[in-house]
Write a protein that binds this ligand. Structure first.
Ligand SMILES: [Mg+2]
Length: 335
């Protein structure tokens, strides 16, 4: 277990930058199939690129620019920094404010679960009702700061995830998926280095998460993660594994696709943050979110020292972020 302050901060910052790096590098290749990515970009994408002209959701975005995944993660980080805890009412307020700022209600910039819930909250419904059918990977993509808050302790993590999910994703499947990723991040920040143990702990948290929230229908995260890990363990090339993950596990917005795929890429790349991000970018599908989540887990495992300086500089410049400051504030609010 890591107890030294400077070491913890390196892994906290690795997680935060991992989300932003994954989000921004996956931005141009999202909403495509792996073969379309190859057609458009000519080869494997391994760097930050602008969105290709006419991109279905990211048109006109520039190289290194992040999307809603990082924005919502930092919005929840701000809430934790200000409140010293995971407060569902405050998160709901911030989500509404953010949605109005980016004109979500006019442009459909967020997914169906969030939009339905945010409309409800804005109309005065209780936040304990609005998230009752939210089942998409938005619950997972923004869980980074909550994961840091959870400290890799299973009960603390799942409790915190449940509170964060209440306004828009208060279902067993969303809480389970977000708990799995939060646990993987939390135990990695606190010093767990064995990928198999990290995934095992993630699945334990998913199991506990399934007992929370409104019961909703979904394929099993746990069983599909085992299936995804089987694909990785088969002795085939990385290209074949990525294609099989895309074909069999899926890269869509369903949590039972997203979480198993992200955990499988973590295993495939042995948690190496740069390799994991560069591999996931070429998967296509809901790529910005899948790479952001994979980046958050592997950034927590690798720590900030393994993320290239020029990546951090570009992300901070393009998005006006200061990751050092965020890390310091989050650390002080949580530890
Ligand atoms: Mg996004």
């Amino acid at each position: 277990m890591i107890t030294e302050k400077s070491e913890l901060k390196k892994h906290i910052m690795g997680c935060l930058v991992g989300i932003a790096a994954g989000d921004a590098m996956g931005m141009p290749t999202s909403m495509m199939s792996p073969s379309t990515i190859r057609q458009i970009f000519g080869e494997y994408v391994t760097e930050f690129l602008p969105a290709p002209k006419g991109h279905v959701i990211h048109d006109k975005m520039i190289a290194g620019q992040v999307t809603d995944d990082t924005q919502q993660t930092l919005l929840i980080a701000d809430s934790i920094i200000e409140n010293g805890e995971v407060n569902p009412e405050d998160i709901a307020r911030r989500l509404i404010k953010w949605s109005e700022e980016i004109n979500t209600f006019g442009t459909m910039a967020v997914g169906p679960s969030s939009l339905r819930a945010l409309y409800g909250i804005r109309a005065g419904k209780s936040i304990y009702e609005t998230g009752s059918v939210g089942d998409t990977n938005v619950a997972v993509m923004r869980i980074g700061a909550v994961a840091i808050y959870g400290k890799g302790e299973i009960e603390r993590t799942v409790d915190a995830v449940e509170r964060a999910c209440i306004p828009t994703h208060n279902t067993n499947i969303a809480i389970a998926g977000a708990s799995a990723v939060a646990m993987a991040i939390g135990c990695s920040i606190n010093g767990e280095e064995d990928i198999d143990v990290i995934i095992e702990k993630a699945l334990k948290a998913a199991e506990l998460g399934m007992s929370r929230g409104n019961i909703w229908y979904s394929a099993s995260i746990i069983e599909r993660t085992k299936l995804a890990l089987n694909i990785v363990s088969k002795n085939t090339s990385r290209e074949k594994i990525v294609q099989e993950l895309y074909d069999i596990i899926g890269a869509g917005v369903q949590i039972s696709e997203t979480v198993p795929t992200c955990l499988a890429i973590t295993k495939l790349t042995n948690g190496d943050v740069v390799q994991a991000i560069q591999t996931a970018v070429n998967l296509g599908g809901d790529c910005d979110t899948i790479v952001a989540i994979t980046g958050s887990i592997c950034g927590a495992i690798s720590g900030i020292d393994k993320i290239p300086d020029n990546w951090i500089k570009l992300l901070e410049k393009v998005n006006s972020y200061n990751f050092d400051e965020y890390t310091e504030k989050l650390y002080n609010a949580i530890y």
